[in-house]
Design a protein around this ligand. Sequence first.
Ligand code: ZN
Length: 368
Amino acid sequence: MIYCQGTKMLRSRNRKYCRICYFCSGTFDKGNFVKIRNVYNIGKNKIKRMHLLLILFGAIVSYFFWIQYIYYRQNSAKSRKHWLRFMLCRDKQIKSSQTSDLTGDVRALFLTAHPDDECMFFAPAILRLVELNASVHLLCLSQGNYYNQGFQRREELLDSCAVLGIPASQVTIHDCNTSSRPHNRRPRETTTAQDLQIQLLHLGDRLRPATQTADKTGELPDDPNVEWSISMASSLILKHIRAHSINLVLTFDGRGVSGHSNHTAIYKAVSYLASIGNIPDDCSLLSLLTIGVLRKYLFFLELPISWLLPSDLCCVIGSKGYIQAKRAMLCHRTQLLWFRYLYIWFSRYMIINTFQVIDQGPKNLKIY
Ligand SMILES: [Zn+2]
């Protein structure tokens, strides 16, 4: 506490008060006070600023420590057991010594709509499952032929999966009849003007809702304006689950992360199978939670929010995993437009995945 010592008083509104301590009274010496007040105010502001900076610095450091804590907690042995409970049987009691033996029994299937979905949205979960020695399968329901780049995108998907640790024998691309078309068999070279036009079309497509329904030719076209046939998509998915004895299915949720109608169609197909009880008893279904745009581009800073908000399963990868996910994304050369680079640098989906369980209805329900 600094006292005015009777020399730093200021008279104002017929009231005597001290500008420094505001309580004491004394004789006012204007010249002396102004001099002292200036010196004192500078010191006061400096202290205020220092306090603010210290609080800010403390908050930032604490936030980073919190992120570190969550990351280590998510990668702990306890968290592995949590994963295993989901992957095998949710009620099963698993001992620590059993974890390495049981992961071999996990047969996970990622359901995606286009080549590049696997690394743009599911890379953390794929890397985590591969790390846990699970058998990871991928079913991509279209070959991404919207810009007649189907053949190239197919190759890119295989390269990306190799980086993520999914063997080519476990990657299935549903390409119906389109792969036999001659234009899909040759790599496509584009000029700068065409690239720019494609970029504009990409942006436009993201804003436009689906307006048409897929025809009955057996195709699931890569097209945001086409509604996929739910019965066809669900029958393909079910065949794949049975053929490969899948016990864990991971796919989009009802909002499809980016809102693409092909993504949401997969969720509808899986929900349909779940509601009529056609999914095998030992198979769990998980949907990737869609988050808001602001959270989506907070990168690793979003981790505490994901951790605090309710979800059934949270998956986080570290810097090594992120580099691997980035390498996988860079395999999709035809998709590397400027906004995709921004996505790679800032998207939280490159390092964090949160899932919700899709509830399953009564088994083998007959609908008349
Ligand atoms: Zn997609």
